[in-house]
Design a protein. Structure first.
Length: 167
């Protein structure tokens, strides 16, 4: 365990109850997000930059929403159940620029446009980033976030492999 993880375990509220997997998923997310923001968004992390990147891939004919079916399904199941948006949807804290109508239409299944599927997925991940980095997720003591960060990490790695110019 790193010195920082030891300190968090000893000092941060309820951090010690998180499993190693949960701690690792959150730590991995911070590194993957920053690489994604550098390589894909030109250090401009916001919904507009995300949508611009996805549009660029669409125009180039490189868009492959099927590659993200598992992650998109995870988010749809988490945020829309039995014909209604779940409590968790409000916890994303979407802001006006986050294209909430498009995100909602992807989550409720009424929009299956490939570029919107990928953009909505990345906007949700962007909200995880904001909620983590601005402290909102600490309100929940980071509990119950393993699935979120695991899905986000998988999506970010796929995006970076496909579009990030990584060898």
């Amino acid at each position: 365990m790193t010195k920082s993880m030891e300190w968090l375990t000893a000092k941060a509220p309820d951090f010690c109850i998180l499993s190693k997997h949960e701690q690792d998923a959150i730590a991995d997310f911070t590194l993957l997000w920053t690489l994604f923001e550098a390589r894909i968004l030109n250090t401009k992390g916001n919904a507009a930059s995300i949508c611009n990147a996805v549009e660029k891939w669409r125009i180039a004919g490189a868009l492959d929403a099927g590659a993200f079916a598992t992650e998109i399904a995870y988010f749809q199941t988490r945020y829309f159940v039995e014909g209604a948006f779940t409590y968790h949807f409000g916890q994303l804290h979407l802001k006006a620029p986050d294209r909430e109508p498009m995100v909602r239409s992807v989550l409720d299944g009424s929009n299956s446009e490939p570029s919107d599927l990928i953009a909505a997925m990345l906007i949700i991940i962007y909200r995880y980033r904001n909620n983590l980095f601005h402290g909102v997720k600490w309100e929940y003591k980071l509990e119950g976030q393993s699935g979120n960060f695991s899905a986000a990490n998988d999506a970010l790695m796929k995006i970076l492999e496909k579009y990030g110019g990584l060898a």
